[in-house]
Design a protein around this ligand. Structure first.
Ligand SMILES: Nc1ncnc2c1ncn2[C@@H]1O[C@H](COP(=O)(O)OP(=O)(O)OP(=O)(O)O)[C@@H](O)[C@H]1O
Length: 724
């Protein structure tokens, strides 16, 4: 158990009115002590605004609510919110939608050198609070401040780059090794002025700090859950942030690894880690830690249904529960006890923690009929909506959770925070925590672009050159080669030759469309996460991806073409082979672009898949290959199909010599059934319905490769990481 600090105890006493009453301590007196404690610490530091300076993170009266549509796909959420169960994060119903309160008057602070543990049942608002504190999602009202500087508007973006946020999900490009992942992050996020050597030694420092040396050169996809979690934390620690927020870093870990991880965070908070200056401010949400771990936290913030039910030291939390007549039984895990008190419907499941107040007489008794042993004072009127009590036969049933929500005096904590912020903002010794940095990026566009090209090349090599993709390309090349085997260059094989190109171009557009659509959801989450921490500009990412993937993507169509082109004897000119292979690459780029567009605009996989199927089949049909007499009102539609342009660009290259007539009647309109003479190349391509020159068709294909990509870029720019 950590030594009980008097200021902690006083702070806790101040903000608990029942506590204050029971301990007979004057509230104002304690408010002063609480403020003094924070003041002394923060004034002792010299603030340079650099990333590793100690920072106080404070928040007061944070309020956040969301609109829930009752007839949308989130039916479950809507129905839960609409159900008339007693709940303090109440839903306000309008026609067809309801407002759900996720955070209600939440106040608290996190201090340098300390680990603040955020606890509460599932759905109590831990992630939502962390999202707000990190600037990932907006809140309706309230103030978040760093060293007394309230942050909002433009500052929020810069704050996001200063606060490291380790999200619950470990999101990476899993084909990369641990060292690659950390290395690329170092080049993207550490100051550009640092030498490559310094950046790489930072990577090694983090690898050692997080005990990742043994797996440093393993691909992330092969790591255990705990190792992945440490890579996730390491990625954020690279920039040596002063404030580190972690969302359930111990989830999925065994208890030993969980304890080791929290101990590491505690060491980090105190020392800042080897090779770094100063202390860190750490906030972590955690689910039911062991007793020892619970007691080792410097401070706790307990949440229930978006409300704070306790803020203070673990020791004080136990004392506080005693004053509320729900003390932790001896030998019982304190964290488990807190959770038992706070889980929903504990009133229904556990009658001993329930009070029933007779609305008429004001007397109270337990649900079992016995006089309630836990609550000595009358319940306080609901602070939020008054809807949290359940009326049953002239009685009010209130669970312990509701009682604890009401007993906590959030306003007292908020006032403390306001005073600290006001004091710090008037203090000349406390400098702007954001320093002079006006950009949220540590590196320029060019370095970001170069790093992302490198990473994308490495990543796409392992994602695209999979054995399955290589087998697919070779097998299809072989099948096509056999099907169109050794075609003679005569009239009778003109349509076979053109159908080879129709199939080839259609296949590569389809393949790229679906491949990029399927791969993009994972990529999208990585981009959103990295962008939220101010790693790079989206334009640098898109340019990097486009440039790096082009040569990589060429290899698979090239394999297909090498096998099928020569087996089918499409042309004996090597230049035709090169040119048509490049056109198939443009088809791939166009298809990839469409896949990206759908992936970036439609987030639901099922809806996206449906859109992809409809789009691809419609484009194939509209290409004009299947229906000869397309209705006049749909004639325009073929111009939106990339297949058409790829096909139209290829045929003039293949039919570049006169085609000998052979009496087959395939080119009846040109050869007239004769087996002598030649059909001129221009006549053949016109007969096959080709429109526009090769250059024109290639140009349009390039537009297809870029336009949907640009829309995908705009769609992603509008998307925030924290959006659900
Ligand atoms: N955008 C949203 N739309 C609807 N409901 C939301 C939204 N964001 C959060 N919620 C709801 O707010 C509540 C708090 O969610 P949050 O993820 O913060 O809980 P949590 O305490 O982190 O839960 P867990 O421990 O399970 O991760 C939940 O009931 C959640 O369903």
């Amino acid at each position: 158990m950590p030594p009980e600090s008097s200021t902690d105890r006083l702070a806790s006493d101040t903000i608990s009115k029942t506590n204050a009453d029971s301990m007979d301590i004057h509230k104002t007196q304690h408010s002063v002590s609480f403020l003094d404690a924070t003041d002394v610490d923060s004034n002792d530091k010299t603030f340079h605004g650099s990333n590793n300076e100690p920072l106080y993170l404070r928040w007061s009266r944070l309020h956040k609510s969301v609109q829930i549509k009752e007839n949308n796909s989130g039916m479950l959420r809507g129905s839960i919110a609409a159900a008339p169960v007693p709940q303090s994060n109440a839903s306000v119903h309008n026609q067809g939608s309801s407002q759900k309160i996720i955070l209600d008057a939440v106040s608290g602070y996190a201090a340098p050198g300390e680990v603040l543990a955020m606890m509460g049942p599932s759905g109590s608002g831990k992630t939502s609070l962390l999202n707000c504190l990190s600037g990932r999602t907006p809140y309706d009202s309230g103030v978040v401040s760093v060293n007394g500087r309230p942050l909002g508007g433009q500052d929020m973006k810069r704050l996001m780059a200063k606060i490291a946020y380790v999200r619950q999900a470990d999101i990476f490009f899993e084909h990369l090794t641990v060292r690659d992942q950390l290395g690329y992050t170092a080049f993207l996020r550490l100051p550009e002025a640092w030498s490559a050597q310094t950046k790489l030694s930072e990577v090694e420092r983090v690898i050692r700090l997080l005990r990742l040396t043994k797996v440093a050169d393993s691909k992330i996809q092969l790591l255990s859950g705990g190792e992945k979690k440490r890579v996730n934390i390491g990625t954020e620690l690279l920039t040596d942030p002063s404030i580190l927020l972690l969302d359930e870093p111990t989830s999925g870990l065994d208890s030993t690894s969980a304890v080791a991880l929290i101990r590491m965070l505690q060491d980090l908070a105190k020392s800042g880690g080897p090779g770094t200056k100063g202390t860190k401010t750490i906030v972590t949400s955690i689910h039911q830690p062991s007793s020892a771990l619970f007691r080792s936290f410097d401070r706790l913030i307990m949440l229930a249904e978006g409300h704070v039910v306790f803020f203070g030291t673990p020791y004080d939390s136990l004392h506080y529960l005693k004053t509320q007549k729900v003390g932790c039984p001896d030998g019982y895990n304190a964290a488990d006890h807190w959770m038992d008190l706070l889980v929903k419907d504990s009133a229904i499941e556990d009658s001993t923690t329930t009070v029933i107040i007779d609305a008429n007489e004001g007397s109270k008794k337990s649900e079992t009929g016995e006089t309630d042993k836990h609550f000595s004072s009358d319940p306080v009127q609901s602070k939020s909506t008054g809807q949290i009590r359940k009326e049953t036969n002239h009685s009010v049933v209130m669970s312990t959770r509701e009682r604890l929500i009401q007993a906590w005096d959030s306003e007292a904590v908020a006032e403390q925070m306001d005073s600290c912020v006001e004091r710090d903002s008037n203090s000349a010794t406390v400098k702007d925590p954001l320093g002079e940095n006006v950009s949220k990026y540590n590196t320029g566009w060019m370095l970001q672009y170069r790093t992302l090209v490198h990473r994308s090349l490495k990543n796409s090599r392992s994602a695209i050159f999979t054995p399955i993709n290589i087998i697919k390309s070779c097998a299809l090349g072989l099948v096509s080669g056999l099907l169109w085997f050794q075609m003679s260059y005569t009239e009778s094989r003109v349509f076979d030759r053109s159908s080879y190109f129709f199939f080839t171009m259609t296949f590569w557009v389809f393949d790229a469309m679906f491949q990029s659509f399927m791969a993009f959801p994972q990529e999208r989450t990585v981009i959103l996460k990295e962008r939220a921490s101010g790693s790079y500009r989206l334009s640098a990412y898109f340019m990097g991806k486009t440039t790096s993937e082009m040569p990589t993507r060429l290899v698979l169509p090239l394999l297909y073409m090498i096998i099928s082109f020569f087996m089918a004897s499409i042309s004996n000119k090597f230049s035709t082979f090169i040119a048509t292979t490049l056109i198939s690459l443009l088809s791939v780029m166009a298809g990839e672009s469409i896949g990206l567009f759908v992936g970036a605009t439609i987030y639901d996989m099922e809806k996206g898949m449906t859109a992809m199927t409809v789009i691809s089949l419609a484009l194939a049909l509209l290409g004009g290959f299947f229906v000869e007499n397309v209705p006049s009102f749909l004639q325009w539609a073929k111009f939106v199909s990339p297949f058409k342009y790829a096909y139209d660009a290829s045929l003039p290259l293949v039919f570049d010599d006169p085609v000998p007539c052979d009496g087959s009647g395939a080119l009846e309109g040109i050869c007239g059934g004769s087996d002598t003479g030649f059909a001129q190349p221009e006549e053949v391509v016109a007969y096959l319905g080709v429109q526009g020159s090769v250059g024109f068709n290639v140009g349009i294909l390039i537009v297809f490769g870029l336009m949907p990509r640009y829309v995908a870029y705009l769609a992603l720019r509008a998307k925030k990481e924290g959006d659900r």
